[in-house]
Design a protein around this ligand. Structure first.
Ligand SMILES: [Zn+2]
Length: 326
């Protein structure tokens, strides 16, 4: 089945104006991974070993046309700001939670558009001018906390995921990308792609764009009024102390410590979070959060994608010694 539609550069301009915060982007592999069957996202390069290419209007047009599928980043690192906020929910009660959040936003004077996804959806709202990622995140954490909607953390139960996922980025960082709306989705088990649309309009590009343009955009001063005097609510994952990755970690010679080899991104609950070296060796875990290292006992670590300790050690060039031959 063919998912291609006619998309124009004007549509691509409209899309960029709404969604594009920076020129870095990801693209979904058209070929499934031979083992997992998943279509992973990666940052496209013009040639092997070269610099990643930047997003162009024609690439956006091809995304809308269904020729390829892109992922977009939430934060512009030069301003730490975002044009939008997206709430991703993909679990049994996902739609109920999203509709609760959408209603609360409406009460706060914010139009949010609900985009369908396989098991749940993405709820999007837009800012009149880009706002600090941290401000938007404080607001939505309070909404979730008021509604008793759980925000997903590492190793915790189901919950919503909030984009931007970071308060701020260092210049070399990208944060987490989200699948760009209005394109084709390639899943793990399906042999073909499909389109997910916003519920609020007919399922064609013209009507979807008209719908998105019609959503009111939140003014920064309105957002600031709503979070005046607030920080992250008690108990949210962002409440925990940030780890300073430059803290030296002393280890005895010959003693393997995972923290000597990975760069800690942040602390979530009882874990430090980092890019899994084994995933990284295969070009995966670009969001850099697959590896969880127990803060209290940093010898204990786990890759959420399923890499084993021997795989991780091998990827670091420090294979686990074979005791029988030692
Ligand atoms: Zn891994």
């Amino acid at each position: 089945m063919d998912h291609r539609l006619v998309a124009t550069l004007d549509m691509a301009r409209g899309f960029s104006e709404l969604f594009v915060n920076r020129r870095a982007y990801t693209i979904q592999s058209l070929r499934p991974h031979p083992e997992s069957g998943r279509h992973y996202y990666y940052r496209p390069k013009a040639r092997e070993g070269g610099e990643p290419v930047e997003l162009t209007l024609d690439t956006v047009r091809r995304h809308l046309a269904g020729e390829l599928t892109i992922g977009i980043y939430a934060i512009n690192p030069s301003t730490q700001r975002s044009k939008w906020m997206a709430i991703d929910a993909d679990y049994k009660q996902a739609l109920e939670d999203l509709i609760k959040v959408q209603r609360q936003l409406q009460d706060d004077g914010i139009d949010a558009g609900l985009e369908k996804s396989r098991r749940g959806g993405h709820l999007w709202f837009f800012f009149e001018t880009p706002v600090l990622a941290r401000d938007a995140r404080i607001y939505i954490h309070h909404v979730a906390s008021t509604l008793n909607v759980h925000v997903k953390g590492r190793g915790l139960a189901d919950g919503i995921e909030i984009f931007p996922k970071q308060d701020q980025l260092r210049p070399e960082e990208f944060g987490n990308a989200i699948r760009a709306p209005l394109g084709v989705h390639w899943g793990a088990r399906e042999s073909r792609g499909w389109r997910d649309w916003y519920y609020g309009a007919d399922y064609n590009l013209d009507d979807q764009f008209a719908y998105l343009r019609g959503l009111n955009r939140v003014q920064e001063k309105h957002l600031q009024r709503m979070i005046a005097g607030k920080t992250f609510p008690e108990g949210s994952e962002d409440c925990v102390r940030r780890v300073d990755p430059s803290e030296p970690i002393v280890s005895r010679p010959g003693d393997f410590r995972i923290l000597d080899y990975v760069e800690v991104r942040r602390q979530v609950g009882r874990n430090w979070v980092a890019r899994c070296p084994s995933c990284a060796a295969q070009g995966h875990d670009r969001s850099g959060d697959n590896l969880a290292i127990l803060v209290e006992e940093p010898r204990k670590y786990i890759c959420w994608a399923g890499c084993t300790a021997p795989m991780i050690r091998a990827a670091l060039g420090r294979p686990i010694p074979d005791r029988r031959s030692a």
